[in-house]
Design a protein around this ligand. Sequence first.
Ligand code: SF4
Length: 246
Amino acid sequence: MKKINWDSFAGDSDILDYLRGLPRYRNTMFKSGFSRAKFFLSLLYCRLFKIDKPLFIILVTNNTCNLKCTYCYGQYGQRENYRDFSTKELLKILDELKDLGTRLLTMHGGESLLRKDIGEIMNYAKLKGFYISFNTNGYMVPAKIEELKCLDAVVVSLDGSEANNDNNRGKGCFSKAMEAIEVIKKNNIPLVISATMTKNNIDDIEMLGQLANKIKSRVQYHILYNEVDLRNGCKDLVLQDHEIRG
Ligand code: SF4
């Protein structure tokens, strides 16, 4: 893809018009697998020849979120006064990452789907050749499903049964996450379930595994760790060593 001078555009709305005119990236299992293989080969190459490259990057697209999960490490529900990257800034970051050799992007917010330009940003990133894993709480997935079709993996947060999930993440989150999962599966987009394990849902490990098995997806378990200064409100949810090992 040819290099674009983003500064030559009058503003973000002109940039968006340009992005909308780009071809839509059509992902397939083969293309996605190839892109992932390129990441692992690059990793191997860099290890062998001791080359430092940011092959894997976590790109935080915005500071806002439509949820207020009890354990949110970034307190995204309370970041109203933070400034987000403009469209131009994000595109420049993507170009720079590409030049630096980045292969794999994990994109998340806050909730990235709150960005109005996120579909165009993701399409551009795919046209640039990144492998993209995209994290979401699922609320806006049905409305934005067309924009997610280019991705290599959509990671939906789900912590377990309705009661336990909603204890962690807020009332109604379970049904929204399940709705998102259903729509993602229906559209054949690779899905990963992401579960944060706390005292509320530690008994749901098996249930989540069974669900993932049933819908043929993967599940990632994360252990909530203690950042008491950041998240004083949820210190009681952090698992003790014996609970994690047990
Ligand atoms: S969905 Fe994610 S970013 Fe939003 S409040 Fe919950 S943990 Fe934080």
